[in-house]
Design a protein around this ligand. Structure first.
Ligand code: 5GP
Ligand code: MN
Length: 353
């Protein structure tokens, strides 16, 4: 297994480039996959990788375990994404994008039939478990779509047309419109190059982060009136009955944890959403957000999930109220210990006063 973690690389480091080339060049049948409950970076990086591979003369299969939201159908190639039933048993190479662990690929990846196939993991989650045979993990990048800008450069794929639209979509959605704390000059440079290549920033913003359904708004209305705040942790539960009452489908009303953490009185925000998984079991999807200076990725990891310091999540089984009580207590505890760790004198605080 090869692990390559780079410190904020702004290009594809040569050793990664040659490893990726050696993996891609001989491969005829390539499967690309991203994570369950796909977001803009999952869909954008999947489609973007598809366009890079087509530039190299390949005909990849692009698959997702969950049906992607039609909100993203403006990205060229969206209609070619297939469901797990269309995924074959045999490939020369599997490329996994924006997933921090193997289970995040859902039932697209079947370990019993795909376990021997070379697996190239391209990801930016600090909690990545290096589950590939070749892992390019770059926590310094704000989106996998940012990493693919550097991959496209290395592979000679021009950053325009369909590829630019796909990559700018992931960059915009993962940075909430270039506003997150990891939006640095390199992110802006990548965004600038994609807009220069023809992707229209305001149209992508309007179709993604600024677009909501009425049912989703009604759901937020129901949920917000019952939100709880304790020790600067704010959280809310979303039951199946509430989603039914609001007429909200899966995916509608997403983003509430990010809204909750905008409360002046909070450092950490969380939502707990009751769902039934493919096996028919009741599960609770937990979504966490933290203000800069706080880290929710480790709490997510401790419950078997993952993510980034400011945005992370996990999926647990158990009754909604119990999961919410247990996990919100863990978030309060994590916040307290992060504050305590900050107060301990360090060499730096002595040196810098
Ligand atoms: P969201 O709250 O938007 O669903 O997810 C925020 C971040 O946490 C994303 O980077 C996502 O990949 C990660 N995340 C959310 N849920 C899970 C989960 O169940 N398992 C893992 N490994 N990561 C998750
Ligand atoms: Mn991402």
């Amino acid at each position: 297994m090869t692990e390559i973690r780079t410190a904020g690389a702004l290009f594809l480091p040569p050793e990664i480039e040659s490893a990726i080339r050696s993996a891609i060049n001989p491969a005829e049948r390539i499967l690309c996959v991203s994570h369950v409950s796909p977001d803009g970076d999952a869909i954008g990086s999947l489609l973007g990788m598809g366009w890079i591979l087509r530039h190299l003369g390949k005909k990849p299969t692009l698959a997702l375990a969950d049906k992607p939201s039609a909100d993203f159908n403006f990205i060229p190639g969206f209609d070619q994404i297939v469901a797990p039933s269309a995924v074959a048993d045999s490939y020369d190479l599997i490329i996994c994008l924006d997933a921090s662990s193997q289970d995040r690929m859902g039932n697209v990846y079947r370990p019993e039939v795909h376990g021997q196939t070379p697996l190239l993991v391209i990801d930016h989650h600090i909690t990545n478990t290096n589950f590939g045979t070749l892992n390019w993990v770059e926590p310094g990048c704000a989106a996998v779509c940012q990493m693919l800008v550097y991959l496209a450069d290395a592979m000679g794929a021009p950053l325009n047309g369909s590829l630019a639209v796909a990559l700018l979509t992931g960059l915009i959605t993962d940075t909430l419109g270039l506003r997150t704390s990891n939006t640095d000059a390199h992110v802006l440079q990548a965004a600038m190059r994609l807009t220069d290549g023809g992707a229209i920033l305001h149209e992508i913003v309007a179709r993604t982060i600024l677009s909501r359904s009425f049912a989703g708004m009604r759901l937020w209305g129901l949920i917000l009136s019952e939100a709880k705040l304790q020790d600067r942790v704010i959280w809310a539960t979303i039951s199946r009955d509430q989603r039914k009452a609001a007429g909200a489908q899966d995916g509608e009303g997403e983003g509430l944890a990010g809204f909750l953490v905008s409360a002046k009185e909070a450092d950490i925000g969380a939502t707990f959403t009751e769902r039934v998984n493919k096996a028919g079991e009741a599960v609770v999807e937990c979504s966490f957000r933290a203000k800069p200076g706080f880290d929710v990725s480790q709490v997510a990891l401790s419950f078997g999930g993952g993510g980034h310091p400011p945005a992370a999540g996990c999926t647990l089984t158990g009754p909604l109220a119990e999961v919410a009580a247990q996990v919100s207590a863990a978030l309060q505890e994590a916040r307290r210990s992060q504050l305590a760790a900050r107060k301990e004198p360090t060499m730096n605080s002595v040196v810098h006063g």
